[in-house]
Design a protein around this ligand. Structure first.
Ligand code: ATP
Length: 354
């Protein structure tokens, strides 16, 4: 990474007459960075990608690549390559010819073409499959051909629209690792669209979280997952309890009466409306029916239990109607209907703005 802006997306808006689209999107990428656009279906990820590719004309805004305005540059002159969810290979061409197609269009001489195709196939681990037709390959292998085809032209930017979503879990995880390695090794600049947060976490150098056509926040995977700034991000990722709070002097107060004495204030002037508390930052013990709950301890009832690889997740309903999720070590789970006492480690709470 050079640290300087390579791809600049500035004030991009595109509205469809029937509603939907993107509004006022500003994003910048240094060379060699993979930016993931993460958001639910319909939030505008593909629209933005199509604007970057030159397949859609924005209503407003500009796209700059290395300082050059791309807005009026047609798709085929952008030297951008795209990989989509369905991998549209030419069915009658061999793997080798599919991968070499873009080079032939660019009139790259045959010997160089062959060398670059071989290199690209080796990079995606398909050197032995060059002579096959697409239908003689598995879905994962076909998608690797699509990746080879995308990298062989040495694109300035790669745009990837959910390229792994039609593959089964195991292949997806495998290809995702391979894609990350390739991107790093080749120093590719890329924009990757997904609604899957594990994919975003695995692939992104940075993540832009989108909602209803807007970018809500951007940050490194660690920022976005561990210290989200917006309530929307925390709710969309679903990794933590999002507990509404109201200001109480210099502190924050929950609906069930805890005062959060924290310097967990937002770093903007926007008011904190909620806090994120991870399920492992709440201590849970089975309640002693003969004793009261004690200060700063809340008695609730377990309403659901789910076994997960790392522990047992409990939904606990508090008297004010709030339901929180608490995780405990395997073997320490309790059953539905059990009264439990909860203590929140508010020091670990992350403040959220709207
Ligand atoms: N060609 C179009 N004409 C009209 N509306 C469209 C068109 N393409 C997309 N939309 C609408 O614009 C919004 C954004 O769509 P877009 O495909 O960009 O979302 P997305 O985040 O990529 O969704 P998904 O994850 O489902 O692919 C949606 O409400 C969609 O219905």
């Amino acid at each position: 990474m050079t640290g300087t802006d390579y791809l600049t997306i500035s004030g991009i808006s595109k509205q469809y007459p029937t509603g939907g689209g993107v509004t006022g999107v500003d994003l910048t990428l240094p060379r060699g960075e993979m930016l993931v656009l993460l958001g639910p279906s319909g939030c505008g990820k593909t629209t933005l990608l199509r604007v970057l590719a030159g397949l859609l004309e924005p209503d407003a805004g500009r796209v700059l690549l290395d300082g050059r305005d791309l807005t009026a540059v047609p798709t085929h002159r952008r030297n951008i390559s795209m990989v989509f969810q369905t991998w549209a290979l030419f069915p009658t061409m061999s793997v080798r010819d599919n991968v070499g197609f873009g080079l032939r269009m660019r009139r790259v001489p045959r010997v160089e073409r062959q060398q670059r195709v071989d290199e690209a196939l080796a990079l995606v681990g398909l050197a032995d499959f060059a002579g096959r037709k697409p239908k003689q390959l598995s879905g994962g292998q076909q998608q690797r051909v699509a990746l080879a085809r995308a990298i062989v032209t040495r694109p300035t930017v790669m745009l990837l629209d959910e390229p792994l979503s039609s593959l089964d879990h195991r292949i997806r995880v495998q290809l995702r690792g391979q894609l990350k390695r390739l991107q790093r090794e080749l120093g590719l600049t890329g924009v990757y669209v997904t609604h899957d947060h594990t994919e975003a976490l695995a692939l992104g150098d940075r993540i832009a979280v989108m909602d209803s056509g807007r970018v809500v926040e951007t940050g490194t995977p660690i920022d976005v997952f561990s210290r989200p700034r917006h309530r929307y991000t925390a709710e969309f990722l679903g990794l933590a309890n999002v507990i509404p709070v109201v200001p109480d002097g210099r502190h924050l107060r929950t609906g069930f009466g805890d005062v959060i004495e924290t310097d967990a204030r937002s770093d903007t002037d926007a008011p904190v409306v909620a806090v994120a508390v991870r399920p492992d930052a709440i201590r849970m013990v089975e309640a002693d029916p003969g004793a009261g709950a004690g200060a700063d301890v809340h008695r609730g009832v377990v309403s659901a239990v789910e076994y997960q690889p790392g522990g047992v997740l409990h939904d606990v309903r508090l008297p004010d109607g709030t339901t929180v999720q608490v995780v405990v070590a395997p073997g320490e789970g309790v059953s539905v209907g059990t009264p439990v006492d909860l203590a929140f480690e508010w020091k670990k709470a992350v403040p959220l703005i709207d």
